[in-house]
Write a protein that binds this ligand. Structure first.
Ligand code: KIV
Length: 273
């Protein structure tokens, strides 16, 4: 195991994340939606703060992420930016905010210039190659989100494991390579079989952050409300409540970071077959 790069106190950048992948150091990521949580997570060693459109569900109480707007995303991203110190700040492009080229550019620019995001994330595989290329060519770092894409829940017919079976797995692997080729700097894989996620993490040079994608990804992300036992109702099987072992929020986030770094999380019970 190489030296733990996360001990270096300089701000996290795309370059640092790539160096962590090279060095085999796991990347710890959590969602954040406000300044206070951003500061707490950052102080506890979380390296990537994601302002996920999951805020529609856990903050606004919506049934899905579909009603989340650009104004919501800019507002919460700006709040997180005020609390952030060292972690890299990624903001989700919400539903239909990247359906056309001009709109994609304008909305990504808002998240960067008004929200102070350092990277934008969008859901989709091959269909998003043009958007990723457009943003990357204009100097906007992009994270592509593959596997379960909650913005398409109505089309998918529910929150289901993606990439099962050889054809679907090969298609996702191809998509991952094509997204990297188009300029994506980071990939998120949600709810995919761990063997597929492991294969994708080896096949691409960019870091792969998993959520319900097994232990062999280059890093892990959870919705912070799930990790802290705050989510009312059903919590995804791949999540783990770190409050029990952490004692308080600060301790729980520290336990999450330590479990990601050591490879202890995710365990087999948080993994899709
Ligand atoms: O919106 C979100 O929080 C996300 C994560 C679940 C990856 O996209």
């Amino acid at each position: 195991m190489s030296p733990q790069l996360s001990h270096v106190e300089s701000p996290m950048t795309v370059t640092t994340l790539h160096a962590m992948k090279q060095a085999g150091e796991k990347i710890a990521c959590l969602t954040a939606y406000d300044a206070s949580f951003a500061r707490l997570l950052d102080d506890a060693g979380v390296e990537v703060l994601l302002v996920g459109d999951s805020l529609g569900m856990v903050v606004q109480g919506q049934q899905t992420t579909v009603p989340v707007t650009m104004d919501h995303m800019v507002y919460h991203t700006r709040a997180v930016a005020r609390g952030r110190r060292r972690a890299l700040l990624i903001a989700d492009m919400p539903f239909m905010s990247y359906a056309r080229a001009e709109q994609t550019l304008a909305n990504a620019a808002r998240l960067m210039a008004e929200g102070l995001a350092q990277m934008v994330k969008l859901e989709g595989g091959r269909t998003q190659l043009d958007s990723v290329r457009l943003l990357a060519e204009r100097g906007i770092p992009v994270c592509a989100h593959l596997g379960l894409q909650p913005q398409y829940v109505h089309k998918l017919g529910g929150y289901k494991v993606q990439g099962k079976g050889e054809t679907a797995a090969l298609a996702m692997l191809d998509d991952a390579k094509a997204l990297q080729e188009a300029g994506a700097d980071l990939l998120v894989l949600e709810c995919v079989p761990s063997s597929l996620a492991a294969g994708i993490a080896v096949a691409v040079d960019v870091p792969v952050i998993g959520i319900g994608a097994g232990k062999d990804c280059d890093g892990q992300v959870l919705v912070s409300y799930d990790a802290l036992g705050l989510t009312p109702g059903r919590v995804p099987r791949f999540a783990r409540n770190f409050m029990a072992e952490g004692g308080d929020i600060r301790g729980a986030v520290g336990a999450y970071v330590a479990a990601v770094k050591s490879g202890e999380f995710p365990a087999s019970e948080h993994t899709m077959a």
